[in-house]
Design a binder for this molecule. Structure first.
Ligand code: C2E
Ligand code: MG
Ligand code: MG
Length: 553
């Protein structure tokens, strides 16, 4: 009867004999420890019992092993040396507590979370009521207990959740996560495991390899439908990575890593979609890792250079400035293009020190040019995340070079204004206060170009070169360039056309009202040392820069 009572107890109970052989391990204990495989037999050693506890990590297992041994060693001590304190040990593992108790002469009892629902709580995400990361690990270990086990893992990451959370506030963000959990729960079948891993990440484990893709497809559609949250309409999406066992991995950690690589690919491909793991993703992850290592070294070794490309004023044919363009002279890869390494540098935060170097270097170069010639520097959205640091970097670069702020132009892309627009606008105004000009780069390629023109009085818009290359075709490039040039002029902004490669394009730019142009036709970007020669060939403008007479107008 005692045995039956212990086995049926809602609290987890495990008994070991003095030789640390299992006497009993009830269902509640197995459940809470993420038990893997069939219920254990009597006589199992502590070590192999621990091996089945999928919810415990290796460090936790060895702590339990040590303390059991220590308690038993205390048992062997002479009676006067014993006290009740030494007969018991509580082990708190993050959100989990185990109590080890020496049963004098009879072995050891391990109990889990006596009192209330703590054991369950340790496996649950309080916000959504779904399982948490620990529950997921246990489920993953259980699902892959046998080498031939079939399973599919879907890793989900919400798109634009941060945006909603930032703009509508955390209570709305929390409510939104609960609605997402509801939609997910409603799409699953019995036997599927759904957990929230943290933040806006969820995971679904299917006990079969098939069916993952149709489910992912449905979820991408379902989760991107609008949500009504506390009176707000919120729009988010989801990116999903899929890995399957045994095809992609037979072990939990590997399955998770591969699903994560697939998730990364889904995001890189533009979000709101799912991707299945493919073997070449491993190779790409390694290449990325190598690139990141090289990039860190490049910062330390000073392998970066700036090239300069002239900006030509259409009306006078004079050079009004140069755009600084980053180059990486890699010892084995040769000149690496910024489009290849800037996204990674942004992701790992290296763009901040690199961007500061660019500012210093560009200002120093400009100080040696004629006073009428300005320098344009591209600044990454990531640098705007720490506005105070960016402003300090600009001030130091200008002061270090003895350059007036009026000779510096900062080029931003519209993605800068997508996050925390109010904060960004304040930084732009502060820059403007120093005389620095602000240009909107790659205009027309983003989502909301036009509305962004209203949010800040840009000094300049640079029409993306994709429109210019279409000028000669029938696809409307001409109309777009003309319309943007007219729009810019009526807003009092200088209009620069990028990527001018042919005479025909240059003529079109001139006839459609573009103020400035930049492109291979005038010059490719050149090293700093070649700027003087270039200025000898192409005249610099004669008028000095001032804010009253904006260049080109
Ligand atoms: P961007 O700011 O739009 O720079 C113009 C890009 O167009 C440059 O590419 C330039 O070499 C190229 N280009 C100029 N004229 C022509 C032309 O006639 N035809 C064609 N096909 N291309 C032309 P680059 O140097 O490879 O730079 C690519 C992008 O990398 C830049 O686009 C900019 O967004 C980013 N970038 C470059 N330097 C920096 C930097 O220092 N910091 C940051 N954050 N981004 C940078
Ligand atoms: Mg640019
Ligand atoms: Mg551009």
């Amino acid at each position: 009867m005692l045995r039956a009572a212990l086995l049926g107890l809602a609290d987890g109970v495990i008994l070991f004999d003095p030789g640390l052989r299992l006497i009993l391990c009830n269902a509640a204990a197995r459940h809470r420890l993420g038990w893997v495989g069939a219920p254990p037999r009597r006589g199992l050693t502590l070590a192999s019992w621990l091996d089945h506890a999928g919810g415990l990590d290796p460090a936790e297992r060895s702590v339990i092993r040590e303390h059991c041994a220590a308690l038993l060693a205390g048992d062997a001590a002479p009676a006067p040396g014993r006290d009740s304190a030494a007969a018991e040990k509580d082990l708190a593992f993050g959100d989990f507590t185990l109590r080890l108790r020496r049963l004098d002469g009879q072995g050891i009892m391990i109990s889990l979370a006596t009192g209330g629902d703590d054991g369950e709580a340790a496996l649950r995400d309080p916000l959504t009521g779904l399982g948490n990361r620990r529950a997921f690990q246990a489920a993953l270990a259980a699902a892959l207990a046998r080498a031939e086990s079939e399973a599919a893992l879907l890793l989900l990451d919400l798109d634009r959740f941060k945006h909603v959370n930032d703009s509508l506030g955390h209570p709305v963000g929390d409510a939104l996560l609960r609605l997402v959990a509801q939609r997910l729960r409603a799409s699953l079948r019995a036997g599927d495991t759904l957990v929230r891993l943290g933040g806006d990440e969820f995971a679904i484990l299917l006990p079969r390899a098939e069916g993952a893709e149709p489910l992912a497809e449905r979820l991408v559609d379902l989760l991107s439908r609008p949500y009504l949250v506390e009176g707000h309409l919120a729009n988010i999406g989801v990116s999903i990575g899929i890995a399957r066992a045994p095809a992609d991995a037979t072990e939990g950690g590997m399955l998770l890593r591969r699903a994560d690589l697939a998730l990364y690919a889904a995001k890189a491909a533009g979000r709101r979609q799912f991707c299945r793991f493919r073997p070449e993703m491993d190779a790409r992850a390694q290449a990325r890792q190598a690139l990141e290592t090289d990039l860190r070294r490049a910062v330390a070794l000073g392998q970066f250079h700036l090239y300069y490309q002239p900006l030509l004023e259409v009306a006078s044919g004079a050079v009004i400035g140069f755009e600084a363009l980053l180059r990486w002279a890699h010892p084995t890869r040769g000149m690496v293009s910024p489009t290849e390494f800037i996204p990674l540098a942004e992701e790992v935060g290296l763009i901040v020190p690199i961007g500061e170097w660019v500012l210093r270097q560009a200002c120093r170069a400009a100080a040696s040019w004629p006073e009428t010639v300005l320098v344009a520097v591209n600044v990454s959205p990531v640098q705007f995340a720490d506005g105070a640091r960016l402003l300090r970097a600009v001030d130091e670069a200008l002061a270090g070079a003895g350059l007036s702020g009026m000779r510096l132009e900062i080029e931003i892309t519209e993605s800068v204004l997508l996050h925390d627009a109010a904060e960004t606008l304040a930084i732009l105004h502060d820059l403007r206060g120093r005389g620095v000009r602000i240009a909107m780069d790659d205009f027309g390629t983003g989502y909301s170009s036009l509305s962004q023109l209203r949010s800040f009085p840009f000094d300049k818009i640079k029409i993306d070169r994709s429109f210019v290359s279409e000028i000669e075709g029938q696809s409307g490039g001409k109309a777009v360039v003309r319309a943007i040039a007219a729009l810019g002029a009526s807003l009092g902004m200088t209009v620069t056309v990028e990527g001018v490669e042919t005479e025909a394009q240059a003529h079109f730019v001139a006839s459609s009202g573009g103020h400035q142009m930049q492109g291979y036709l005038i010059s490719r970007p050149v090293p700093a040392d070649d700027v003087a020669a270039l200025l000898a060939r192409l005249p610099a403008r004669t008028a000095r820069l001032s804010h009253e007479t904006r260049d080109g107008i």
